[in-house]
Structures are given as structure tokens and as C-alpha cells.
Design a protein. Structure first.
Length: 165
């Protein structure tokens, strides 16, 4: 029975699975983008996002906590240095998983997992698109009327309100 199977065990025993996730996390921190299977990418996202949140507060305790997960001094230095500076304002969602197709040998679904703030193409595209103000549309498909078209706003009188005394 699969009662209480809260996460993907990736077909490995606990020690092997933890070693795999440590190595994938260290590679992602160092290279900012890695290619792996979809199942491993999703498991890595669950593993590394809380560590990236902890890296925002650069304290001895948070460094030791993250080191107990990763066991790699170079990755810790990179995570608390370069990565923490870029993700400081982001409230979560530090990684992106993009499906890349199927592996030729065994047909496994492959994916690329990357850090969101380190993809310059996507970051520059979102920054250039953000300042432009779009015309708001209603749910019916027409554009929303502006406040200047309302006669009661310009003249200051109330339109269509009958007060009975």
C-alpha cells in the first residue's frame, strides 16, 4: 500500500536518494541550470527551494542548517553570496522546470531546471514588459470605461439617486 507516500522516492533507498538530491542541488547552485529527468527535477525543486529561502538570512545558524543538507562548502558560499543577493526580493518560486522532450535511449521525460533570476533573457523580457500600462478589459470583452466619462464625477452632482424622506 502507498499510504503516507508524500514525495517521490525516485526508486532509490533513502541514502542513495539523499546523495542524489545533494549532488543535483550542488550542480544547480554552481551552474544555475541543469538537465535531468522530469521526476528528478520536480524532486529537486522541493528539496532546494526551502534551502534558498534560508539563504536569504545570512546567519551562522542558517548556514549550518543548509550545510547539513548540502555538505558542500563551495555550494554554500555560492548560495549565500551570489544567489542570495539575486533572490532577496523574490517571495518564493526560485526555480523553473521546463520540459525538454524525451530521452532517446529509454524514452524518459527530460526537463531543464534553472534558477529564475539567472536567466537573463527571461528577466530582461519581463522587465521591458512590466512598465507598459495595459488597457483593462472587462470580463465581457469590452474595454473598461474611464472615470471621466461618468457625469457625476465631473459636475459633483448625484445622478439617479432619489432620497425619500
Amino acid at each position: 500500500m502507498r499510504h503516507g507516500k508524500a514525495f517521490n522516492h525516485l526508486g532509490r533507498k533513502k541514502g542513495h536518494r539523499v546523495a542524489l538530491l545533494r549532488n543535483l542541488a550542488s550542480a544547480l547552485i554552481k551552474h544555475k541550470r541543469i538537465n535531468t529527468t522530469l521526476a528528478k527535477a520536480k524532486a529537486l525543486r522541493v528539496f532546494i527551494e526551502p534551502l534558498m529561502t534560508k539563504s536569504k538570512s545570512n546567519t551562522t545558524h542558517s548556514r549550518r542548517t543548509v550545510f547539513s543538507y548540502l555538505q558542500d562548502k563551495d555550494s554554500i558560499t555560492e548560495l549565500f553570496g551570489t544567489v542570495a543577493g539575486k533572490i532577496a526580493t523574490r517571495p518564493g518560486g526560485y526555480t523553473r522546470v521546463i520540459r525538454t522532450g524525451f530521452r532517446k535511449g529509454d524514452g524518459a521525460e527530460m526537463a531543464m531546471i534553472e534558477m529564475v533570476d539567472f536567466n537573463e533573457i527571461m528577466v530582461s523580457a519581463s522587465q521591458s514588459k512590466a512598465p507598459t500600462a495595459e488597457v483593462k478589459k472587462t470580463r465581457r470583452g469590452r474595454t473598461k470605461k474611464s472615470d471621466s466619462s461618468n457625469p457625476s464625477v465631473e459636475t459633483g452632482e448625484t445622478v439617479g439617486t432619489d432620497v425619500k424622506e
